[in-house]
Design a protein around this ligand. Structure first.
Ligand code: SF4
Ligand code: SF4
Ligand code: FES
Length: 294
């Protein structure tokens, strides 16, 4: 049995669900799993789930039994098993490592499998909506192709000339920096929350988003990357091609990262500093001026 229940990928736009403003459109659903058990280990919670596709949709209300220790993905699975067998959701590992189950819970981008039910008040209505920055495919599944397109635009690591695999030597500090960025599980929660694209579809062409600007930063700070020797200036492309200038370091991306990567402090701000150093370095300025005259 596939661990993933979702419709095929598709492109386009949709009527954007807004968890904080939209009202539920359905009547409260039947309670699944029976009445709360007398031992107090379960209770009935109220859920509001966005259902629909690229042509539009709305929020539907459900009441679901919740057991101690459960996460929101458990509840979505119980909904599929009892009340909404065709509810589409993308997931794979249920361990916070595959990055598939990204959605918005009460308007905040989160992993469904890492969000414990115990963080919510038992009486509150829990609203689950698809990632708002990307076009919906069906129900909670969105088309995240934007991210793959941005990934393809970033030139890969350029191996140093004259060194073979196994001959690379780096300071532990440099290794540690890369390792932090490499914890990324590509859940795209940071991409979803960034205001540059969240409400501005028109910025998507020019802006790679925090996850991929972090990739540029990682490569630009990599002591063995030989991009410059091969004529590729990662600092200039970060600014001119990947939209670094759009980022105004609000840190919202860092706030939602399930891996706790300090995207803004450790990647975006250092990259901005490196771009500024390059631009305003008097030696570089003089060199460019001389080159333009010759
Ligand atoms: S810090 Fe930059 S990339 Fe991150 S959410 Fe804010 S504007 Fe977007
Ligand atoms: S940087 Fe964090 S939030 Fe962004 S895609 Fe990677 S793991 Fe997800
Ligand atoms: S199912 Fe893999 S991160 Fe949630």
């Amino acid at each position: 049995m596939s661990a993933e229940t979702h419709a095929g990928e598709g492109a386009g736009t949709h009527t954007r669900p807004d968890a904080e403003q939209a009202e539920g459109t359905g009547t409260p659903g039947a309670v699944s799993g029976g009445a709360p058990d007398a031992s107090g280990t379960s209770y009935i919670a109220q859920f509001r789930v966005w259902r629909g596709d690229i042509d539009g949709g709305g929020l539907e209300d459900f009441k679901v039994e919740v057991f101690e220790g459960e996460v929101v993905l458990d509840i979505v699975h119980r909904l599929q098993a009892t009340q909404a067998p065709d509810l589409a959701v993308r997931w794979n590992c249920k361990a916070g490592k595959c990055g598939s189950c990204s959605a918005e819970i009460n308007g905040r981008p989160r992993l469904l499998c890492m969000t414990r039910m115990s963080i919510f008040d038992r009486s509150e209505i829990i609203t689950i909506t698809p990632l708002r920055a990307f076009p919906v495919v069906r129900d909670l599944v969105t088309n995240v192709n934007y991210n793959y397109a941005k990934a393809r635009e970033i030139p890969a690591f350029v191996p140093p000339q004259g060194l073979g695999p196994g001959e690379y030597r780096m300071q532990q500090e440099d290794v540690g920096r890369s390792q932090e960025f490499r914890k990324c599980i590509e859940c795209f929660l940071c991409q979803d929350t960034c205001h540059v694209v969240r409400d501005h579809e028109e910025n998507k062409q020019a802006f790679a988003g925090p996850r991929f600007l972090m990739r540029v930063a990682e490569l630009d700070m990599h002591p063995l990357d030989a991009a410059e020797e091969s004529g590729l200036d990662r600092k200039t492309t970060a600014q001119d091609e990947h939209g670094l200038g759009y980022c105004n370091i609000t840190k919202c991306c860092t706030d939602v990262c399930p891996e706790g990567i300090k995207i803004t402090d450790n990647a975006l701000i250092p990259l901005k500093e490196r771009v500024a150093d390059r631009k305003y370095d008097p030696i570089v300025w003089l060199g460019n001026k001389i080159r333009r005259r010759t």
